[in-house]
Write a protein that binds this ligand. Structure first.
Ligand code: BGC
Length: 735
């Protein structure tokens, strides 16, 4: 539709019809007999029949059959032939389920994230979805928070790279393509920092921390062209984001130039009342519309209060028009005025959902996500001719998709994956009771019979113990204060070790758990996460050494819950602790190290490498060059990481920050040259919205994880800085 026609359309609509366009409900709430997944309170919302034809968007109605039905009814009733937008949570796949985002980030491969998002977009689009509420760009430092599984972890650069890649994957080059969906960046801002890791709690963080760590990923997603942004539930500096004109209008729209749709989170406009930021629905609507929220999800204050607010001059009709225009423009970009059904197609669903190509991609991508945390006593890999024990609640568990897998509950179990590649008589399995959810009152697996187990496992030298947390205990509304494995799972590992076995612990979880208590009893530890549809196959590929593990932690693993938050890129303190020479009045714990159990960027493989001959090349810009040598006979992929530190500046600087990374596939004993180009952005820090460069000394650090690094220093003047390249992550936060 032409822009002028959209403006024309607006002139015909009544104020109430416009407010209905700004309302998002489930189809049931606006009169269609079709259900949708609820991800929040259902107050039995129903709107009057006369408003129904003007409602702007439908929440979580997925499936070509349902969408075609609801849209066709809607188009029959709509006076202006304005199609509905169908928005849904397609988070890590639609029908082909990919690893949870926290795991996906361990691949350090934004290309994989882009491919996963492309496939998800295809599968979702043929099921009638126009907008996905993804990517979640929230940086997270606290694994007690259940939604950590949905983030890409603790590092702003990694977050930004994955956010931008996902947006590219979802949206492709043309939003109107039958295989593209619009991306909604969430949850702006700092929803990943709830105090104490408790869901929906307030975020307490400084402006500097917000700018330096939390904002870059949202910005990167918006720069990659994301069409929508979701405002977060939390407050920042005592202000609920849903009502924050400072964050939504001044920062997002004015400073960053975002001109797309801002949607509230589920019922968040109404929740301004519980936040004590509004006395009633009218105030809640006024504050959020004034903050430039365009769409109200799952509450109805815009439509019920908007007319009175405009008539009394508390909101301007022009502001409402602008919001409606943004919604209509999005519908137009998606091509809905020409074809309200877009990609929705039952035969395409049959052709594409979980098709072979998608499952093959899911297996390959899933393989790059598990992180090998420990491997001693030649525990891994084992051969397909070895007799292997397999025990623990996740041995035969198919519920390994992770939260937000939209009704796709079952993937390939570890047992099934191993049986594909080994004779099943070689696998001795003693399946235990599954681990049920804490949400349903279960806390542990049943205790096991030691004598029976010892007899069953008598011919196996190696035993896989598959442990973890129930997938429903991760995701939204799944905060935990205790991150240890349940008692009987720890006991199981301990007992198997006491039999003299080589213990291979495989951990299924949506967050870093506290695994200190089981570490010494485990010869090998593979952090499997929740890998989705192809979980068991991907894990079998790694355990059998068909492929070498290559995942690197996107988030630090704590020694104990008491250490949380523990992350690698902390600001320097006035009294840094020394591990070698601990002194009383320094920044440290008496009963636990400062460092995490496993640091960000850490992950072993079956191969090993050395990094050597680091030097700067200043002929053209500033380039750090070096060589990496595979010192083993095993082919594998190493992820080289470049960190930077500024030893002196006007404000405290992180002890190190990731500024670039590269995945390098290495043949046995191969030596390869590598280079990292130092860009302007790497050397700057944000202060009150500006990127600041201070001339002086810098330290480059290169290595295969954030803790073991080789250093090389350099100095740079302002003049030299001008000649460096600008990087793709360049941005000014505010103007
Ligand atoms: C979540 C959002 C989600 C929305 C719609 C909310 O509870 O916070 O991330 O997109 O529900 O399902």
């Amino acid at each position: 539709m032409k822009l002028s026609d959209i403006h024309q359309l607006l002139t015909h609509m009544t104020l109430r019809e416009k407010l209905a366009q700004l309302t998002q409900l489930t189809p049931l709430s606006f009169g269609h007999n079709r259900n949708a997944d609820l991800t929040g309170p259902d107050a039995g919302l129903r709107i009057p029949a006369q408003d129904s034809p003007h409602i702007g968007s439908a929440l979580n109605c997925v499936g070509a059959d349902d969408v075609l039905f609801v849209q066709s009814q809607h188009m029959k009733n709509s006076d202006y032939a304005i199609p509905l937008l169908f928005m849904a949570d397609i988070i890590h796949g639609c029908k082909t389920i990919f690893p949870i985002p926290l795991a996906l980030a361990c691949s350090f491969s934004p290309e994989d994230a882009e491919e996963a998002a492309r496939i998800a977009a295809k599968e979702a689009s043929v099921s009638g979805v126009h907008v996905t509420f993804s990517p979640m760009c929230d940086l997270v430092r606290d694994p007690r928070w259940g939604r950590v599984m949905e983030s890409s972890g603790e590092d702003p650069l990694l977050n930004a790279a994955f956010a931008a890649a996902s947006v590219r994957g979802y949206q492709g080059n043309d939003l109107s393509s039958p295989y593209s969906v619009a991306a909604c960046v969430k949850h702006f801002a700092a929803y990943g920092a709830p105090e104490g890791g408790r869901e929906y709690n307030n975020a307490e963080l400084s402006q500097g921390t917000l700018e330096e760590y939390y904002l870059p990923a949202y910005h990167a997603a918006i720069s990659a062209g994301a069409s929508l942004v979701m405002a977060s539930f939390n407050t920042i500096d005592r202000e609920p984001v849903t009502a924050s004109r400072r964050l939504l209008h001044d920062l997002l729209r004015k400073a960053w130039g975002f001109d797309g749709v801002i949607i509230s989170d589920y019922n968040a406009v109404d929740e301004l009342i519980s936040h004590t930021a509004a006395r009633n629905g009218a105030e809640a609507a006024q504050r959020s519309l004034h903050a430039t929220v365009d769409v109200e999800m799952m509450s109805t204050h815009f439509i019920n209060e908007g007319e009175a607010l405009v008539n009394s001059g508390q909101l301007s009709a022009k502001d409402i028009d602008e919001a409606v225009l943004r919604v209509l423009l999005l519908k137009n970009q998606l091509g809905l005025f020409e074809n309200p059904y877009k990609g929705a197609d039952i035969s395409e669903e049959k052709r594409l959902h979980r098709c072979e190509a998608h499952l093959t991609a899911a297996r390959r991508i899933a393989r790059s996500c598990p992180v090998l945390l420990k491997n001693e006593n030649a525990a891994l890999p084992f051969s397909s001719h070895e007799k292997i024990g397999l025990v623990g609640p996740f041995a035969k568990e198919r519920r390994v998709m992770g939260s937000w897998s939209a009704g796709n509950f079952e993937g390939v179990s570890l047992y099934e994956g191993l049986c594909e590649q080994m004779n099943d008589s070689l696998i001795v399995s003693s399946a235990y009771s599954p681990l049920e959810s804490l949400q349903n009152g279960f806390t542990d697996i049943e205790s096991f019979n030691r004598e029976t187990l010892a007899i069953e496992l008598q011919d196996c030298q190696k035993v896989i113990v598959a442990v973890g947390e129930n997938q429903d205990d991760t995701g939204e509304g799944a905060s935990k204060s205790d991150l240890r494995l349940s008692h009987n799972q720890e006991e199981l590992i301990h007992f198997i070790k006491s039999l003299g076995k080589t213990v291979i612990t495989v951990i299924f979880s949506g967050r870093p758990l506290e695994i200190t208590p089981i570490l010494s009893d485990s010869d090998a530890v593979l952090q499997a996460w929740f890998l989705g549809s192809e979980s068991g196959n991907a894990l079998a590929d790694l355990l059998l050494g068909v492929h070498s593990p290559s995942g690197k932690l996107s988030m630090s693993f704590p020694y104990s819950v008491g250490q949380i938050p523990v992350y690698y890129n902390l600001y320097s303190t006035g009294r840094p602790a020394s591990r070698e020479n601990p002194v009383r009045y320094s920044s440290r714990y008496l009963d636990c190290p400062n460092e995490p159990l496993f640091p960000f960027g850490f992950g072993l493989s079956y191969g090993s490498c050395i990094v050597k001959d680091l030097q700067f090349d200043t002929d053209n810009g500033l380039i750090l060059r070096g060589e990496i040598k595979n010192t083993s006979q095993t082919p594998y992929t190493e992820t080289l990481q470049l960190y930077l530190q500024q030893p002196f500046a006007q404000i405290a600087r992180p002890v190190k920050k990731l500024v670039d990374f590269k995945r390098i596939p290495l043949a046995p004993e191969e030596t390869l040259a590598f280079s990292f180009e130092i860009s302007q952005q790497m050397l700057c820090y944000p202060l009150h919205g500006k990127q600041i460069f201070e001339e002086g000394d810098f330290i480059c650090m290169v290595g295969t994880n954030s803790a073991q690094l080789q250093n090389l220093s350099f100095s740079l003047s302002k003049e030299q800085y001008q000649h460096l390249k600008r990087s793709s992550y360049d941005f000014e936060m505010f103007t």
